[in-house]
Design a protein around this ligand. Structure first.
Ligand code: SAM
Length: 230
C-alpha cells in the first residue's frame, strides 16, 4: 500500500511506460506500479548504499527483478540508453536538489517525455526550471499527510512551454486555479511563517535590505492571493 503522497504520484504514471524512480529508497513506488501492471518496467536509482540495499531487497522479495533494476548511482546516472526510460519520477526531496539532479545530467532526459516531481519545499525553483527547459506543466496536486503538505508536479515535454507569471510560479498555476482547502491552509501557514522571518531579519544588527524587500514581496503576494481565493 502506498502513502497518499506516493499514490498521487503513481496516478500520473501512464500505462505501459518505463520509469526511472530517482531517490527510490525502498522502491515502493516502482514495485507497486509493476505489481499492478501499470509500468512495463524501469529503474530504481539510489545514491546511498543503505536505501539502495532496501530497494534491491524489496524488488527481490516481490520477484520483480525481471522488470525493475536497482542501480546505485547519483541522480540520472542511474539511467542507461538501453533502459528506454520515458518517465522520470523524483519524489521526497527539496526542489533545489531535484532541480540540481535534472540539470546536472540534462542530456540523459533526451528520451523522456514526462517528469513527475514531488518537491518537499522549493516548488517555485522547480516550476521555473521546467518552464525554461522545455517542459509544460500538465497537472499539479497538493495533498496533506501526517501534518505535512506535499505538492506533486507533472510536466510533459513541449517545444514552447507556457510562460508563467511570478505568481503562477510561486503558487502553481493549477493549484492556484483550484485553490482547495489544503492549498489555502498551506499559504495561511506560509504567510504567518514569512511574517515571523521578516521580524527576525528586521531585528538583526545590520538589516539586509534585499532580503527584507524579498520577504515583503512574498508577503504581499500571499496576502493578495488569499484575499482573492481564501
Ligand atoms: N522517493 C522516495 C519517496 O518519495 O518516498 C524516497 C524519498 S527519500 C526522503 C529521498 C531519497 O533520495 C533518499 O533515499 C536519498 O538517499 C535519495 N537521494 C538523495 N539525493 C540523491 C541523488 N542525487 N541521486 C539518487 N538518490 C538521491
Amino acid at each position: 500500500h502506498l502513502s497518499v503522497r506516493l499514490a498521487t504520484v503513481a496516478k500520473y504514471v501512464l500505462p505501459g511506460s518505463r520509469i526511472a524512480d530517482i531517490g527510490t529508497d525502498h522502491a515502493y513506488l516502482p514495485v507497486n506500479l509493476a505489481k499492478r501492471g501499470v509500468i512495463a518496467g524501469g529503474v530504481a536509482g539510489e545514491v546511498v548504499p543503505g536505501p539502495f540495499k532496501n530497494a534491491q531487497r524489496e524488488i527481490e522479495q516481490t520477484q520483480l527483478t525481471d522488470k525493475i533494476t536497482a542501480r546505485l548511482a547519483n541522480g540520472l546516472k542511474a539511467m542507461e540508453p538501453s533502459d528506454n526510460i520515458d518517465t522520470v519520477v523524483i519524489a521526497g526531496m527539496g526542489g533545489a536538489l531535484i532541480t540540481q539532479i535534472l540539470t546536472q545530467d540534462f542530456d540523459r532526459l533526451a528520451g523522456v517525455n514526462r517528469l513527475i516531481l514531488q518537491p518537499n519545499v522549493g516548488e517555485m525553483t522547480l516550476r521555473t526550471f521546467l518552464m525554461t527547459h522545455g517542459f509544460q506543466l500538465q497537472a499539479e496536486e497538493i495533498v496533506s499527510e501526517d501534518g505535512h503538505d506535499y505538492e506533486i508536479l507533472v510536466a510533459d515535454r513541449a517545444d514552447q512551454p507556457e510562460q508563467y507569471t511570478e505568481e503562477q510560479l510561486r503558487f502553481g498555476p493549477f493549484l492556484l486555479a483550484a485553490h482547495n482547502a489544503t492549498f489555502i491552509a498551506k499559504w495561511q501557514r506560509e504567510l504567518k511563517r514569512t511574517k515571523e522571518v521578516l521580524q527576525q531579519v528586521q531585528s538583526a544588527k545590520e538589516v539586509p535590505a534585499a532580503k527584507v524587500a524579498e520577504l515583503h514581496t512574498k508577503i504581499s503576494e500571499i496576502e493578495e492571493v488569499l484575499q482573492r481565493v481564501g
